[in-house]
Design a protein around this ligand. Structure first.
Ligand SMILES: [Ca+2]
Length: 188
């Protein structure tokens, strides 16, 4: 026990020394990052599947129609996905089907994942899978932990999109017009 206590003291001393060696500017920068952006320990409910389309008329950056999923940051702080931590899937037995790049979703903002099977990230994010018009389950994971999921059926294929009413709320509805990358319409 005595040796464990000594190691603890040494660890505390080292941490304290490291803190003292930082310049004032470095400490301020670190504090600002903590205040403005959440990078780790993102809680369930902070990022949600907010809307999706399996019958899309929306165009991606290549002017191609593509299905999509809209994620929503329900917090008042920017959220940055840690590299390799977040994944999205349409197969709940394969939670890491597509690893979402380390991007930042603005506070109360949106992130569009184009579901076209291209598996690329240049200007925008394109997942490795497409969404089925027959219905399936979409799952959002952080380090293998389920953050959100939505199961839909073939009815979704008859509407431009399906989403929460309103942003981040529990209730889902079919939308007569999609609200891609914008607040979900409460009118339907
Ligand atoms: Ca929307």
């Amino acid at each position: 026990m005595k040796s464990t206590y000594s190691i603890l003291l040494i660890t505390l001393f080292v941490n304290s020394s490291c803190g003292e060696s930082s310049t004032t500017e470095e400490i301020l920068a670190s504090e600002n990052t903590t205040e403005e952006t959440i990078e780790t320990q993102i809680k369930k409910g902070d990022v949600l599947i907010n809307e999706f389309s399996v019958n899309s008329t929306d165009l991606n950056e290549y002017e191609k129609k593509s299905d999509w999923i809209e994620l929503y940051n329900s917090t008042s702080k920017d959220i940055k996905f840690s590299p390799g931590a977040w994944s999205i899937t349409d197969n709940m037995d394969k939670t890491d089907k597509y690893i979402i790049p380390s991007v930042t979703i603005p506070a109360n903002g949106y992130l569009i994942l184009w579901c076209d099977g291209e598996s690329t990230f240049d200007e925008e994010i394109h997942t490795s899978f497409k969404l089925s018009g027959k219905g399936e389950t979409i799952g959002l994971f952080q380090n293998g932990d389920l953050m959100d999921e939505i199961t839909y059926d073939s009815l979704a294929n008859e509407f431009p999109s399906m989403g929460r009413v309103t942003d981040g709320a529990e209730e889902w509805k079919m939308f007569e017009a999609s609200t891609i990358s914008a607040s979900n319409s409460p009118t339907l």
